[in-house]
Design a protein around this ligand. Structure first.
Ligand code: CDP
Ligand code: MG
Length: 800
């Protein structure tokens, strides 16, 4: 009885004091009419699915519905998970504003920062943050509801969260305070959740929001362009010069492309402070004239050559394409200016863009300017840009591909899915009828769109390495991964392969009692704390004991940066490496030595004379400044994480570095071996070279787990010295030859010690008893052993 009173009291509605402006903008959202339906469904079911077009108001409104209905009463939290950090921040600010509350009440928490505190009622966070919270409190007792946003994106972490939350909801069902789970998706492809009996035995109700979509006319290119970036530029140019007012939204595949195009457009249509003052009367006359009630021409822009600029002028502007690095600078207007009608308010948009820059898309452009947002696919499903009338779609998207052979994942650009193409086009019809220009020919009759464009994007869990995910799940005490309710399970072989690799690394160990189950080891637990691939995480965990952290942090952050260290000046970089390649002991670190010297030299230059000094250093050596800056950023993030995990370390983010001593060099090589123990290469003997018809001076190697012969890549500083035993970071194929790079020399007698799980001991040679080492207080014995499946024989080694 008292329980009933308590729970009834809990759901007292909370009065909200919204401004009239907010009330007005909310009333336009399709979701507002569905509030009652949604809230009734939530109160009657533990799990519901809300489906609605991007921009229908899911992300900003559903948390408010719950808050208003009293779900945060009694010190309970409403949690919202976002796949992107940037969305968590910006939406928390927006919702606070709409509710007229402070960031104390509506807060966010992402990997290394946040403003959530004891007063927080609505908490926006990344998927990873909620996963970590579940590790500490499996029942999520502080939460009354979890909203899982953007579930359609099918990120690995959100898939796993759905699996775990389906269990938590069931466990909380019988308690006084059940947990509500709201899964939100921008596409109707929710069968993997709703019809998956392992996940939800009772299919959860799906609430479909009506979309307020105006017709969008699709225009196709006559042929697939060679360079879609250039094609997009020309299209924007034509739209802006010829078509009525309305924002332009451009879809490209990555941040670098976005920056390139933004810079080019800003040059072609420069905007200056004064433009907004005089703009309406002078500069933007053309714009203004067109705006007034002129119907949109129903023609394909490709055939649209009124006021077209001659090819020369376009080429002229292409040549003036700016340095990608300084897109924020005021650039010198190029000659093309005289043809442009009015300033274009060009904004970049990608997920790593700082929040304050990203939020510019929600603000109106300066008077008389047309807004043009150049975006990666973040604008496809998770952000709504107001007043978009024209969409320019390059037709491609960047996906991450994983090669199980080399355990390396790469980004590649592929055709977008049909679902993506439709979503992108839909962005043009939110406020009025719109137009979408696709960079490929109309293909309804031809095979390309039908055969080559996938129907939907694949769930991430099927396209990325899952070693790290499995480790995370194990650290959450999920024992049997193969029976976990994944929305789309990876195949059993993939899971077992990942578990085996983790056993080899020492992060998991086979359970003595239950076959088929691997338990997490203490090392595995420490590794799971880092957002890194398990190989790198292990290297970091091992360095903690050895006070080599600074070096390891530099190495790992530099290797994790997507665009590798060297810049465009290949010649300068070659010279630099050559001048570094003569240092005795240090050279044994191989390509990691190059990383350490680069990072160390750059830090020194930065410390001495700031960014200018860094730029000079990079120009001189041929290093890539941006990669260095990114690596430092990651370095600092890892240091923060280390300080959280091990407060006694008290690391500071000072970038100073003295070169490692010979002993430290040896220790670093051993740690790299321990982390990369399954990526060992052995040089072919003279006999083997002969047998394979390879010239004796070639740097030819056998790599573990591979039957083909691999060669040291030209980029490696170890190409000349060809050490007999190596660790490699990467194998890749160019035409029909395989290359290794990212190399470090190791000693074969270290293998039985640091890669013992891959070694077979053939014979213990000590007679009669093992040796006792007084310094380390450990027993040692001498063994004969072999490494790997091929059974490479090793020299005699001492093991504990
Ligand atoms: O989640 P969904 O895509 O369904 O919509 P939403 O993100 O809740 O967006 C609803 C409206 O709020 C859109 O018109 C956005 O432009 C606007 N919004 C905003 O003004 N500022 C934000 N930070 C986020 C959304
Ligand atoms: Mg949303």
């Amino acid at each position: 009885m008292s329980g009933e009173i308590k729970s009834a009291a809990k759901k007292q509605p909370v009065p909200i004091n919204r401004t009239s402006e907010i009330i007005k903008s909310r009333s336009k959202l399709p979701i507002i009419g569905e509030e009652q339906v949604i809230m009734e469904a939530i109160s009657e079911n533990d799990v519901i699915i809300v489906v609605g077009e991007t921009g229908s108001g899911k992300t900003t409104q559903v948390p408010q519905f719950l808050y208003e209905a009293g779900y945060s009463n009694g010190n309970k939290l409403i949690g919202v998970t976002e796949p992107r950090r940037i969305a968590a921040i910006s939406v928390s600010q927006r919702v606070a504003e709409e509710l007229n509350e402070t960031s104390d009440i509506v807060s966010y928490l992402i990997r290394f920062e946040g403003n959530a505190g004891p007063n927080t009622k609505i908490k926006f966070m990344t998927d990873g943050v909620l996963l970590k919270e579940i590790q500490n409190d499996f029942l999520l007792k502080n939460y009354s509801a979890i909203i899982l946003d953007e579930a359609h994106e099918r990120r690995v972490f959100s898939d796993i969260l759905i699996g775990i939350l389906s269990r938590i909801v069931r466990l909380r069902q019988k308690r006084a305070n059940p947990l509500k789970l709201i899964i939100m998706s921008a596409t109707l492809k929710v069968d993997d959740f709703s019809k998956n009996q392992k996940l939800f035995p009772q299919p959860p109700p799906i609430i479909e929001l009506s979309s307020r979509q105006f017709p969008v006319t699709i225009h196709f290119n006559k042929k697939t362009p060679h360079d879609y970036l250039d094609e997009a530029y020309k299209k924007i140019y034509k739209i802006h010069s010829n078509l009525p007012a309305g924002a332009i939204l451009v879809f490209l595949t990555g941040k670098l492309e976005v920056k390139q195009l933004v810079s080019k457009l800003r040059k072609a249509f420069p905007y200056r402070e004064t433009d907004s003052k005089i703009g309406v009367n002078t500069k933007c006359k053309a714009e203004k004239k067109k705006e007034i009630g002129k119907p949109l021409p129903e023609i394909n822009l490709d055939d649209y050559d009124i006021e077209m600029h001659s090819e020369d002028e376009l080429i002229l502007s292409e040549n003036s394409s700016a340095d990608e690095d300084d897109d924020d600078d005021d650039e010198v207007p190029s000659k093309i200016m005289k043809f442009s009608s009015s300033p274009l308010w060009v904004l970049p948009l990608y997920s790593m863009l700082p929040a304050h820059k990203q939020s510019k898309i929600f603000e109106p452009p300066p008077p008389g300017c047309r807004m043009c947002v150049v975006s990666t696919n973040v604008a496809e499903l998770s952000l709504t840009i107001p007043n978009v009338k024209y969409v320019v779609d390059c037709g491609k998207t960047k996906i991450r591909e994983y090669d199980p052979l080399t355990s390396v994942s790469r980004f590649s650009v592929v055709w977008e899915s049909k679902a993506s193409a439709n979503q992108r086009a839909g962005r043009a019809g939110r406020t009025s009828p719109g137009h979408c220009y696709r960079s490929y020919p109309s293909l309804f009759s031809s095979a390309l769109f039908n055969d080559e464009f996938p129907e939907w994007n694949l769930p991430e869990i099927q396209t990325t390495p899952i070693d790290n995910v499995i480790l995370q799940m194990k650290s959450m005490k999920i024992d049997k991964i193969t029976s976990f309710p994944f929305p789309t399970p990876p195949d059993k072989q993939t899971i077992l392969g990942a578990e085996n690799r983790l056993v080899t690394l020492g992060a998991l160990e086979v359970d003595k009692n239950v076959a088929e189950i691997n338990n997490i080891t203490p090392l595995g637990k420490s590794m799971a704390a880092f957002p890194l691939s398990p190989h790198y995480a292990k290297m970091l965990c091992l360095s903690k004991d050895r006070s080599l952290l600074q070096y390891m942090l530099f190495i790992i952050s530099a290797m994790s940066v997507q665009e590798y260290l060297p810049g465009d000046n290949v010649e300068a970089w070659k010279k630099t490496k050559l001048s570094w390649a003569n240092k005795g002991e240090f050279l044994l670190l191989g390509d990691l030595m190059v990383i350490l010297r680069s990072m160390g030299g750059a830090s020194h230059a930065m410390k001495k004379s700031g960014l200018g000094g860094l730029q000079d250093y990079c120009t001189k050596t041929g290093l890539h400044k941006k990669s260095i800056l990114e690596a430092w950023k990651l370095n600092n993030q890892l240091i923060n994480q280390l300080n959280i995990n091990v407060p006694s370390l008290k690391l500071n983010t000072d970038l100073d570095m003295t070169p490692p001593t010979p002993i430290q060099v040896k220790q670093i090589r051993q740690i790299v071996l321990a982390g990369m123990l399954d990526r060992v290469a052995r040089r072919l003997t003279t006999n083997e070279l002969n047998r394979n018809g390879i010239r004796p001076n070639k740097a030819a190697y056998y790599a573990s787990n591979l039957t083909e012969i691999v060669y040291i890549h030209n980029s490696s500083v170890l190409k000349k010295s060809k050490p007999e035993w190596l660790i490699y970071q990467e194998i890749f194929q160019v035409q029909d030859k395989m290359y290794i790079k990212g190399l470090t020399a190791i000693e074969p007698e270290w293998l039985p010690v640091y890669a013992n799980r891959l070694c077979k001991t053939l014979k213990v040679l000590d007679d009669p008893t093992p040796r006792y080492d007084e310094e380390t207080e450990k027993m040692f014995c001498t063994v004969n052993a072999t490494y790997g499946q091929a059974g490479w024989s090793l020299p005699q080694a001492e093991i504990e």
